[in-house]
Design a protein around this ligand. Structure first.
Ligand SMILES: C[S@@+](CC[C@H](N)C(=O)[O-])C[C@H]1O[C@@H](n2cnc3c(N)ncnc32)[C@H](O)[C@@H]1O
Length: 567
């Protein structure tokens, strides 16, 4: 039985002796012919988790001083936003859309596309259908460093998520003239997602009729800024938020008529906060900020732990690094961080959590590949796979390559990185380039065989598409985008993938089945059914890891099942 790696601190660090670039099987080009990437809207809502894990995490909530001119405080502008923001694999620099004005002078307010008319995403306040169109090209005159500007941009993104689009895509479509403006918009939008159940309930309690979609988005962005939450204290002075929300409403034709209503509603919230909160917090969706079906599913799956699970998913995630064992020991890297004035502690074999998130390019050695951003729980995969030099390894469902890089850091193996999405596969290549490692990249479906040369693998990692319900602290929009039936639907696909990959495993070889899900249908039940169907021997692995944030343990919700083929 193999040794089970733990998340706790190990006394013996991994050796830092191997040279970079020693990975085998170099064929970096992505072959043509993979399926096109699916886009936003309902398709995105139902799209299997592209586990956007391992992204830079949120800044801690800091209550900024009152800004007389309603400006976004400098701290909010420059710190890592409360959004995962661009993954280090996605882009080297903060994603900035065509800058028309990088000064803090008057700037066009964010523009955005209309919501999908199917409104397959969130429930709207008062359950009213979303208005199908907003004025997409209109750009209000607002200062780009003002809170009003950021509120309007974030409201546009919330509107898109309500229409079924994933938040990172929605934010990418919002115009922001500077990295600071983008950071502020992201911060507000991510907060809005984490408190959407409560905000909608408050609006329903106070407004005589459902507000128009962009007004509802504006309120969903403003209300969380006036309240303490699992993320920390309220980040702005309440009267600044009211003032800037009213300014934002007045600056856009789709909200201008509701300017008085926004003012009245937010002021009423300030006056009657206690009573209003007492009323709405009796509703589970407002109390927990998850859809009711999600709360019910958590209670069923974790009868004694569901509250902790839901709470963990509402916290801002930390920034955790994986130290590249080929380059540097964890001990030496902690010294480098200390010298750079960055507080950190070890929380796993190669996992180091920063005390406060910082931009990835400020992390010593990040650009050179000495470290990667990866959740501590996700770092278990490569360890559990137990790779040895010379092995032939398949990383099925590999993009964006977080686990691919880790496997190659641990041993000199011939690795095939497979993913159905050619665009996401390019991120594997970029990621490996930064690390100085290489693999054979294949754009193909893991449930098919046409890409396989018939040579069996010693190790197979099946990090299958799933609902991503275990990583909601990084991706708070997921809870609003998923539907109750998604887990079962995805389990059908992942069952096909597992059965197919099992045929490609060498006798005595090991297959590691991973999801970033909380739901048993796509994790434990899937593992049990797979073992029966294939007479597969299950060996020691953690099973369901619940999400947790704390001094010693800090990781997302993940599932691990390890199987060995008979000799
Ligand atoms: C959970 S993510 C993988 C995360 C990755 N292992 C990492 O650590 O960075 C799942 C991946 O499966 C891919 N995928 C979805 N359906 C697939 C299929 N039928 N065959 C192969 N890959 C698929 C998605 O494009 C996505 O990149």
């Amino acid at each position: 039985m193999s040794k089970r790696p733990t998340l706790s601190l190990k006394s013996k660090p991994a050796p830092a002796t191997k040279k970079a670039g020693a990975g085998m099987g170099s064929r970096p080009a992505v072959p043509p012919g993979g399926r096109p990437r699916s886009e936003a809207g309902k398709a995105a809502a139902n799209k299997p988790a592209s586990k956007p894990a391992d992204k830079p995490a949120d800044k801690p909530a800091v209550k900024p001083a009152l800004q007389p001119a309603g400006k976004v405080p400098a701290a909010a502008q420059t710190a890592a936003p409360s959004a995962p923001a661009p993954s280090p694999w996605e882009t080297a620099a903060p994603r900035v859309h065509k800058a028309r004005n990088t000064s803090s002078g008057p700037s066009k307010a964010p523009s955005f596309a209309p919501p999908r008319s199917d409104s397959g995403g969130l429930r709207a306040s008062h359950h009213r259908d979303l208005k199908p169109r907003v004025q997409t090209e209109f750009q209000a005159e607002l200062k780009s460093d003002s809170l009003a500007f950021a509120l309007l941009g974030a409201a546009a993104a919330v509107l898109q998520v309500r229409g079924g689009m994933a938040l990172p895509q929605a934010l990418a479509g919002v115009n922001a003239p500077s990295p600071q403006a983008r950071g502020a918009i992201q911060d507000i939008a991510y907060r809005a997602m984490r408190q959407l159940g409560r905000s909608d309930a408050l609006v329903a309690e106070m407004a005589p009729k459902a507000p128009d979609p962009l007004v509802a988005g504006l309120l969903a962005c403003a209300l969380p800024l006036m309240q303490a939450s699992d993320e920390g204290p309220a980040p702005y002075e309440a009267f600044t938020v009211v003032d800037q929300a009213v300014t934002a409403a007045g600056a856009h034709p789709d909200t201008a008529r509701a300017k008085g209503m926004v003012n009245a509603l937010l002021r009423r919230f300030l006056r009657e906060r206690e009573t209003l909160l007492a009323a709405v917090l009796a509703q589970p969706v407002a109390r927990w900020n998850y859809p009711q079906w999600w709360i019910d599913a958590a209670i069923t799956a974790f009868p004694t732990q569901w509250e902790a699970v839901l709470t963990a998913g509402n916290q801002a995630p930390p920034l955790t690094l994986r130290v590249n064992a080929r380059r540097v020991t964890v001990e030496d890297y902690l010294v480098r961080l200390a010298e750079a004035g960055i507080g950190a502690r070890r929380i796993g074999e190669q996992a180091v959590r920063l005390d406060k998130p910082v931009g990835v390019h400020l992390i010593p050695g990040f650009d050179e590949g000495d470290v990667s951003v990866q959740d501590a729980g996700a770092q278990l995969a490569a360890q559990l796979l137990d790779v040895q030099d010379g092995m032939r390894v398949l990383d099925a469902c590999a993009a964006p390559g977080g686990k691919t890089g880790h496997i190659l850091e641990l041993a000199d193996v011939a690795l095939t990185a497979l993913d159905a999405d050619p665009q996401r596969l390019t991120r594997v290549r970029e990621n490996l380039e930064r690390l100085g490692l290489s693999a054979e990249l294949q754009a193909a479906q893991a449930q098919g065989r046409e890409w396989w040369d018939g040579e069996p693998f010693d190790r197979i990692l099946a990090d299958v598409p799933c609902t991503a319900s275990g990583i909601v602290r990084r991706h708070p929009d997921i809870r609003w985008l998923r539907r109750k039936g998604d887990a079962l639907q995805l389990a059908t696909l992942s069952g096909q993938i597992l059965d197919n990959l099992w045929q490609m495993l060498r006798p005595n070889g090991k297959l590691l089945f991973v999801t970033c899900s909380l739901w048993p249908q796509e994790s434990e039940a899937q593992a049990a059914a797979f073992a029966v169907r294939n007479r597969a021997t299950r060996i020691d692995a953690p099973g369901q890891l619940l999400p947790v944030g704390g001094a010693e343990q800090d990781h997302d919700g993940l599932f691990y099942a390890l199987f060995q083929k008979d000799a």
